[in-house]
Design a protein around this ligand. Structure first.
Ligand SMILES: [Zn+2]
Length: 234
């Protein structure tokens, strides 16, 4: 399908045909930026605004119809507001932005703060900053687990002797270190482009590392605690 390229990519700026919509746009399913639950968000009140954006489709001048509306989280413990812009029925902007979901259970506080910061950076479109935060997360894991070394590379090598993790996760840490380094330096060595997908992947990998390090054991203990005391192995 031909893709519309706006001349001005800021969808919060209408360029024509501004009017109040009489028909509410359809509900949409998004992850709430306030409570992080998935929910179906309907338009709040009766007002939605319709407007057009100018741009091109396959190098020919074109126009796209957009709508902007305030929506409300269906979670009764949240009821948070979000501002949503749709173009051709597709979500193009959400404010506050959707956040990558994560499990905070059992995470040490410094690590939790850094993970939150990485996710906020990604949501705000600050992808290199997100990759740098994930690298910081590795530094914190090394510090909390007494890994020794004068730089992060040496610390990650030392970490292998202080914690037990699948080899793939140690490999992941080396990649995340490389990505974070490239995000911080002008001359990239491994990753030339650090965009939304690279930042999101680095956060997902970081979540897997944290799960293995801090969360699997408590999940297992919780399941084991549900066994009656008389249960015997079969
Ligand atoms: Zn919510």
């Amino acid at each position: 399908m031909a893709i519309f390229q706006p001349n001005n990519p800021n969808f919060f700026q209408p360029e024509g045909n501004l009017q109040q919509l009489q028909i509410k746009p359809a509900p949409i399913t998004i992850r709430c930026p306030h409570c992080r639950q998935l929910g179906t968000f309907s338009v709040f009140g009766s007002a939605a605004i319709e407007y057009s954006k100018n741009g091109q489709i396959e190098h020919r001048p074109a126009m796209q119809i957009c709508s902007a509306s305030i929506r409300i989280c269906p979670n009764a413990e949240c009821f948070g507001f979000v501002f949503v812009v749709l173009a051709n029925g597709r979500v193009v902007e959400i404010e506050p932005p959707e956040l990558i979901d994560f499990n905070s259970e059992n995470l040490p506080l410094p690590i939790l703060a850094t993970l939150r910061e990485a996710i906020s950076c990604h949501a705000a479109g600050a992808h290199r900053a997100a990759a740098m935060m994930v690298r910081r997360l590795l530094e914190e894991i090394c510090d909390l687990n007494s890994a020794q070394g004068s730089n992060l590379h040496q610390k990650l090598v030392s970490l292998k002797t202080t914690i037990v993790l699948p080899e793939a996760l140690f490999e992941a840490m080396m990649e995340l270190k490389a990505l974070g380094n490239d995000a911080a330096h002008i001359e990239a060595k491994a990753y030339d482009n650090i965009g939304s997908e690279e930042a999101a992947d680095s956060i997902e990998l970081a979540k897997e590392i944290l799960k293995a390090l801090y969360q699997l054991q408590s999940l297992l203990s919780r399941l084991q605690a549900r066994k009656p005391p008389s249960a015997s192995p079969s």
